[in-house]
Design a protein around this ligand. Structure first.
Ligand SMILES: [Zn+2]
Length: 140
């Protein structure tokens, strides 16, 4: 034991400092293989609502329409309203397969119905939403 205490990087042959703790001994030096930034396992990666293929800051007309309808119904500042907005953004900005778009569309519709339950409906805007939803689904 101890013939070769100073380990050397397999790539650049730089001396590798003795391993600390119980981590696996290095084969490569730090500059050849930088330590990975391991994600904290206790942190959950929340999906980003604005992960879109469109330029940032551009709000889809569909999202705006949902927002307007919710606002007109005084439902924008409710958990249900927030849910609708989240789904609307996903629906409008995400890239979906046809099946994905269809199921998201269904969810969005259900969320909207639940958000507007008991509220005075704004028929014109709702018709427009239906139309936009259909178009988006059929082109997906
Ligand atoms: Zn190296």
């Amino acid at each position: 034991m101890g013939a070769d205490l100073r380990k050397r990087c397999k790539r650049c042959l730089a001396a590798i400092p003795p391993q600390q703790g119980s981590a696996r001994p290095r084969i490569y030096c730090v500059s050849c293989r930088p330590p990975r930034n391991r994600p904290n396992p206790r942190l959950i990666d929340l999906p980003k609502p604005q992960e879109s293929s469109e330029p940032a800051g551009e709000v889809s007309p569909l999202v705006t329409t949902y927002q307007q309808v919710l606002k007109a119904a005084d439902r924008l500042a409710t958990p249900e309203g927030a849910h609708v907005m989240h789904l609307a953004e996903l629906f409008a900005n995400g890239r979906h397969t046809a099946a994905g778009a269809a199921s998201l569309s269904k969810e969005l519709r259900a969320a909207m119905e639940s958000a507007l339950r008991g509220a005075a409906r704004a028929p014109d805007a709702m018709d427009e939403l239906e139309e936009r939803r259909r178009r988006k689904t059929s082109t997906a």
